[in-house]
Design a protein. Structure first.
Length: 504
């Protein structure tokens, strides 16, 4: 008997939703990305119900036939989401009920709720998107490693407080971002591990009195295990907050790289130049070449930060169980995923095409006392003096040279000032110690800018990127295998064969 409200949930209601209530509450636009996942989840649920004897194999065959038709219609674009049906789940179920009839179609929702269904769909979609993003991170890491190769002894100024600090190599700077992104890979992988658990079968909040097999439906959907506690399943969105949190940290790291590209491409620094394909001009100033891709990267960070705050605010203070507030979880998630993936793609392309002005980098190193620390270290090693004493001597030397408008390249003056402090160094000694190229080669600690150590780290980081690639490929294969397994069972059942011989 149809409900007076016309809704699948409307049995106790005497009227339908008002127009404004429907507009305010429908979620088809936000949920539209999950139609394929909703159909897959429904197939797995139906197979589980039949395997457990909750529905008959006749029921199963009819349900799977119309779910397959829905899948084909979605794939060819003929499945239209109807906003008046409120959400994706009701659209798919309505398609099924209209095709198979309520006698068959009405059985699919046994032992499940939209509460566990929507989380299942979202997790199925999100885990694939995270794999896509991990691959885009690897693309950027590989681009950075490619550009670093051969620049292990290309000297450039290293900075702290945006002031010249010590000489480093271009490869050292570039690989620092590869190392930084490796931690982003780890965060995304860790988030994936928690996302890859099945909530299906938690039902509305308390589980179900039907003898279901949640492990079977989880296996059919390629989940690594169960999100076990039913009440926790339906009321928690921390997996979304964690995913967006990892994406927000990733964007902060991309913004750091973008900022250096912006600053270093300025005339004052002149250490790099953007390829014309990743820059833009001015509508009024014909000489301008603006690093717009890098600037937009900085700007888009705010989108993802805002989406993280949106999801955290939505979650704050909600009581246990499902609350309709949670319907607002997917727009910020989709927006964050889209923004991050697009940004990574653009950044990798920009890195691969940028031109580094290595002559300018080398010239800058010698202009602002970047080798002062190494001179202090030399006095410690060769004279046996305490480091603090050597720090004071070299600091005094730098002060004198600054006041006189000289640099460490004035070896004669360096020798004279050091002599005043009781330290006698030959001109050859001074020349070798304050030469940025030789200074670079002196660095030998683990993780340092020394060329040999940078080459070792390049090999290690390349292996890390390869492992990330292997990890995502393995996860993709697992998802693909589960999809194919479910599809084989569907085909087996639709051919009229018994479920018992479907290889469950």
């Amino acid at each position: 008997m149809a409900s007076k409200s016309g809704r699948l949930w409307g049995g106790r209601f005497s009227s339908d939703l008002s127009d404004i209530a429907l507009v305010f509450s429908e979620s088809t636009a936000a949920d539209g990305r999950m139609v394929a996942e909703d159909i897959w989840g429904s197939q797995a649920h139906a197979i589980m119900l039949a395997q457990c004897g909750i529905i008959s194999e006749v029921d199963l065959r009819e349900i799977l036939k119309w779910l397959e038709k829905a899948r084909e219609a979605w794939d060819d674009g003929s499945f239209e989401l109807r906003p008046e049906l409120e959400d994706v789940h009701m659209n798919v179920e309505t398609y099924l009920r209209q095709g198979a009839g309520p006698e068959f179609g009405g059985r699919l929702h046994t032992a499940r709720s939209r509460n566990d269904q929507v989380i299942t769909d979202c997790k199925l979609h999100l885990r694939v998107r995270l794999l896509d993003i991990r691959d885009r991170v690897a693309d950027l890491q590989e681009a950075l490693l490619e550009r670093a190769a051969g620049h292990e002894e290309t000297v450039m100024p290293g900075y702290t407080h945006t002031q010249h600090a010590q000489p480093v190599s271009l490869a050292f700077w570039l690989t620092s971002y590869v190392a930084l992104l490796a931690r982003d890979q780890e965060r995304l992988a860790d988030a994936y591990r928690r996302i890859n658990t099945s909530p299906l079968g938690a039902a509305a909040l308390a589980g179900t009195s039907f003898p279901t097999d949640r492990k079977l439906s989880a296996r059919l959907l390629g989940f690594a295990g169960l999100q076990e506690h039913a009440l926790d399943c339906v009321g928690s969105r921390d997996y979304i907050a964690e995913a967006i949190g990892a994406l927000a940290i990733l964007m902060a790291n991309l913004s750091k790289l973008a900022e250096e590209f912006v600053v270093w491409s300025s005339w004052e620094y002149g250490m790099l130049e953007m390829d014309d394909a990743y820059a833009s001009g001015s509508s009024i100033m014909p000489q301008k070449k603006n690093p717009c891709i890098a600037e937009l990267t900085r700007g888009k960070v705010g989108i993802v930060f805002g989406r993280l705050m949106q999801i955290l605010t939505m979650m704050k203070g909600l009581p246990t169980g499902y609350n309709r507030d949670l319907q607002e979880d997917k727009p910020p998630l989709w927006d964050a995923l889209d923004t991050v993936e697009l940004t990574l793609t653009a950044m990798a392309a920009m890195v691969r095409t940028v031109t580094f002005n290595t002559e300018r980098m080398r010239a800058m190193v010698g202009q602002n006392f970047a080798c002062a620390t190494e001179l202090a270290n030399y006095l410690v090693r060769e004279r046996g003096l305490p480091f603090r004493t050597c720090h004071e001597i070299v600091g005094s030397l730098v002060g004198v040279l600054v006041r006189e408008g000289k640099t460490l390249d004035d070896h004669q003056r360096v020798q004279e000032v050091l002599r005043e402090h009781g330290e006698e160094l030959s001109l050859d000694e001074i020349a070798s110690v304050v030469d940025p190229q030789l200074c670079l080669r002196q660095q030998r600690s683990v993780g340092s800018t020394g060329p040999a150590e940078v080459r070792r780290m390049q090999r290690s980081l390349a292996s890390s990127v390869a492992r990330a690639r292997q990890d995502t490929a393995k996860a993709r294969d697992a998802v693909k295998a589960a999809r194919e397994h479910t599809a084989r069972i569907v085909k087996h059942v639709l051919s009229g064969k018994p479920l018992a011989k479907a290889g469950l």
